[in-house]
Design a protein around this ligand. Sequence first.
Ligand SMILES: NC(=O)c1ccc[n+]([C@@H]2O[C@H](COP(=O)([O-])OP(=O)(O)OC[C@H]3O[C@@H](n4cnc5c(N)ncnc54)[C@H](O)[C@@H]3O)[C@@H](O)[C@H]2O)c1
Ligand SMILES: [Zn+2]
Length: 378
Amino acid sequence: MQASFDIVASNGSYGVSVAPGLLDALLAEGGERVFIVDEFLAAPLVTAGLNPIVVVADEPAKSLDRMTDVIVAMRDRRATRDTVLVAIGGGVVQDIAAFAASIYMRGIPWIYVPTTLLSMADSCIGGKSSINVGKYKNIVGTIHPPIRVIIDPVVSLTLNVEQKAAGLCEAVKICLCHGPSTLDAYLALRPGIDADAERLSEVIALTLRSKKWFIEVDEFDRSERLLLNFGHTFGHALEAATGFAVSHGIAVGLGMLAALHLGEALDPVQVAPLHIANFRNHVSELVASVDGLDSVLARVEVPALMDAFQSDKKHRRDLFAVIIVSGEGRVERRMLPRDEASSDLIAQSFAAMIADGLSVSQTRQPGSAGEVMRIKSF
Ligand SMILES: NC(=O)c1ccc[n+]([C@@H]2O[C@H](COP(=O)([O-])OP(=O)(O)OC[C@H]3O[C@@H](n4cnc5c(N)ncnc54)[C@H](O)[C@@H]3O)[C@@H](O)[C@H]2O)c1
Ligand SMILES: [Zn+2]
């Protein structure tokens, strides 16, 4: 199956293609190109004599200081204003390439080939770059959309279980936000960490088409697109309170479970809608596949989560901005008074999230998820 569609944005439209085998086809194309690639995927490009710029994908790599090396490496490879920069990697390589392409000789075109499931199903569209400066993460950036996004899910098969689960947490979030029928269509594809490249192609295409709707209807993040922050305020608090021992996508998965609890407290119903029950089961399964999560959750404390939650920039001085699922099963943004009653409900939602996370990770069968990566300790 090959899916192709365009993303329409005010500063440039671009095509997205999803199918197994597209990376090999791209590498075989000619033209004036300079490659920048994640170290993990560099070998075939080096063997093919493409002389790629190789990046070790860690946070220091996407710092403003390191941009000098990237720009010099592009110039050493004789990049001109007509050169296309081809970036192959996850979000780190995406940020470096988008930023470098936006400033090199005042801007050159670039093609993006995402290689993590998270970047394939979520971050590859949007056109933003974010670069770290000193101790500040993602503090500077530009908006410079690629001219093409090429997604080859075969590339994602080498990711570890946690990275696959993290990508699917963001994917299912987008589908739920788009509406109950999109969530049903997503779940009907039976997505999971052991999905093959064909199945992943369908999951990614459905997810990106749903995200496209949000980007096009609300390009500047003012209304509908804010819903895509579902699970994120809770999730960011979990990342911060555990010193980033929980990866972003998994923290969002757990954050969505917290948000479901808050929604139930604000909008009590006798029985949750079926699609929400299915959503909760799927997210729980994804979270349960991460080895070692129970020991991290056993040590995290609700007051530390509350501190991090309260310092989120999305809140107003007198109001908490929360995204919840209503009694009818729709994702909604609500403003809650910043008082003791709201704080109690949020604290209870965090406590319920920890209990959920502990119960699902303790029921997992060790090794059942295939290759398992131990979560970082903190
Ligand atoms: N520009 C944006 O719109 C945007 C959006 C969200 C996140 N981000 C940024 O993206 C970064 C996170 O990106 P990410 O989670 O996609 O991954 P990443 O780029 O941080 O890579 C994570 C690890 O996966 C490895 N890897 C990459 N592809 C692989 C593959 N196919 N098989 C095996 N290993 C592979 C990398 O070598 C690295 O060790 C953060 O810096 C975040 O700030 C950017
Ligand atoms: Zn996210």
